[in-house]
Write a protein that binds this ligand. Structure first.
Ligand code: HEM
Length: 496
């Protein structure tokens, strides 16, 4: 048995060395590469520790070159390298990701992983129409406030039932964030205690936790999905998207039955119109499967990232009670207790905005960008990058850069303020987490406004403290394609 395994391993390694693409001379330095897995074992485990990921720059400089499985990859470290990377269009493609294209028979649809004209036209279409429906604008404030009230109500209910008012925190924002997004996309509103919906959110979270930005081995070698361990991993990777796709297909069928072309209600309605209008053409840019995957991308991106970002901010408030107190003092003085904070208050709440920015600097929920790819041989920071290299930006290397940030690991919102207490906007140039350039996060305006309004609404209303007998909750994230806080609870007290 053992000799058979050794034989399989040696044969696989030999095939790997014979078939793997060769790196050119003057390729960026990086960790040693091992058969089959490449250099991924030498990376800090996934992205668990932002700090160790940040150290890639100290070890290898602005670019780290390696193999991820059977693919050549480069990690972009630091502000200057990221700036050069974003400025060059040739790096703004996406690679084919097997577990993503699997749902569509090998096609890369949607906006996250599509390319060329399909991506360009659909990204433009989604941005234009989402904006028309109020996406990321202050006109959405009423809707976000309704969700904030719901979240406050859910927290109140749980506090009453819980012993010592100690309740889990990080699951409190997912439904609100989805409802905000879903309202413009075309869905119905979910109740905060809808068990079926909560189950679906859990499946999505599982998918995000199982995924890895550096690529799961099963995506490098899809054949592995038929073998134990990888089979289970692959099933988890595809089960989240599958559940969303099913729900979206039902919603799209309902839209088809009830829509009035002269009065579109939401993104799905306008997209169905675009499909009708493109029927006389080739129908290759706007079609039903593309609509499903576009909505799936928006839904999945919105479900996880924004709610985890809000949860991280509350976590930092529990860990830093003196900062929480200052935020609440500022909110009381500027907003009072009679109304919810508004986005227009932002400029009058410099300390609060500094806290949100500091939380995002230390705990970016997507610490490494979605993979990019170049379709032609290219140069970056003077190095040769062969075509079809996977490229990813290492955000902690910017957010924790010792050259720019003093004591980068310390939570200190004051670093964003000048001597008079005004927010220094230029500092945000050195806080990355949404990408930049052509592939910049499409949901950034919505994420920022939702994050601000939900964080301020709950901090205005509640005091969050370490639960009696428990230690300070850790701010080390749980790994995955994006990261989440480790499950944490807090003693919650109503402030009024
Ligand atoms: C705190 C919340 C969020 C964070 C940190 C975040 C972060 C990111 C990052 C890092 C990227 C990849 C950038 C790159 O490849 O260079 C991205 C892309 C994207 N995000 Fe977000 N995101 C957030 C919220 C959202 C929301 C709410 C939506 C949906 C409404 C969304 C939709 C997208 C889409 C569609 C893309 C792909 C863009 C493209 O490839 O053209 N994101 N996001």
């Amino acid at each position: 048995m053992i000799s058979a395994l050794i034989l399989v391993f040696v044969t696989a390694s030999l095939i790997y060395y014979l078939l793997k693409p060769k790196v050119p001379h003057n390729f960026p330095p990086g960790p040693p590469n091992y058969p089959i897995v490449g250099g991924s074992l030498c990376l800090p485990k996934g992205v668990t520790s932002n700090d160790s990921f940040h150290k890639l720059e100290e070890l290898y400089g602005p670019l780290t070159g390696m193999y991820l499985g059977n693919r050549i990859a480069v990690i972009i470290n630091g502000y200057d390298a990221a700036k050069e990377f974003y400025a060059h269009d040739e790096f703004q493609h996406r690679p084919l990701v097997f577990s993503v294209s699997y749902h569509w028979g090998g096609r890369s649809l949607g906006v996250f992983f599509s390319n060329g004209k399909l991506w360009q036209e659909n990204r433009r279409f989604a941005l234009r129409h989402l904006r028309d429906f109020g996406f990321g604008k202050t006109s959405m404030e009423g809707l976000i406030h309704e969700e904030a009230e719901e979240t406050i109500g859910t927290i109140m209910k749980e506090m009453k039932k819980a012993k010592d008012s100690v309740i889990p925190i990080q699951d409190k924002f997912g439904v609100s964030v989805i409802n905000i997004l879903w309202a413009i996309m075309g869905g119905t509103r979910y109740k905060h205690d809808d068990e079926e919906f909560k189950k679906m959110l859990n499946v999505i979270q599982e998918t995000f936790r199982t995924g890895s930005p550096s690529g799961n081995l099963v995506n490098s070698y899809p054949v592995l999905r038929h073998f134990p361990y990888f089979k289970e991993q692959f099933e988890t990777l595809v089960s989240g998207p599958k559940a969303i796709i099913k729900m979206l297909e039902t919603s799209i069928e309902e839209h088809k039955k009830t829509r009035d072309p002269s009065s579109p209600r939401d993104l799905i309605d306008v997209y169905l119109q675009a499909i009708d209008e493109s029927k006389d053409g080739s129908g290759t840019l706007f079609f039903k499967d593309q609509l499903v995957q576009l909505c799936e991308d928006l839904f999945a991106a919105g479900a996880e990232s924004t709610s985890n970002s809000i949860a991280f901010c509350i976590l930092h408030m529990i860990r830093n009670p003196e900062c929480q107190e200052k935020v609440q003092k500022e909110l009381d003085a500027v907003v009072g207790k009679e109304r919810l904070p508004s986005f227009e208050d932002k400029t009058k709440l410099p300390y609060t905005f500094a806290v949100i920015s500091e939380s995002f600097r230390l705990s970016p929920v997507a610490p490494i960008s979605v993979p990019h790819m170049n379709t032609e041989d290219a140069k970056l920071m003077g190095y040769n990058i062969p075509k079809e290299t996977i490229l990813m930006v290492n955000y902690p290397s910017i957010n924790l850069d010792k050259k720019y940030w003093e004591d980068p690991q310390v939570f200190r919102p004051e670093r964003f303020l000048d001597e008079s207490g005004n927010f220094i906007k230029a500092k945000l140039d050195h806080v990355h987490g949404f990408g930049a350039g052509k592939r910049q996060c499409l949901g950034e305006p919505l994420a920022r406004i939702s994050n601000f309004l939900l964080v301020t609404a709950v901090l205005q209303r509640f005091k969050f403290e370490i639960a009696p007998g428990q230690s300070k909750p850790s701010s080390d994230p749980v790994d995955g394609f994006t990261v989440a806080p480790q499950p944490f609870s807090a003693k919650v007290t109503s402030r009024f």
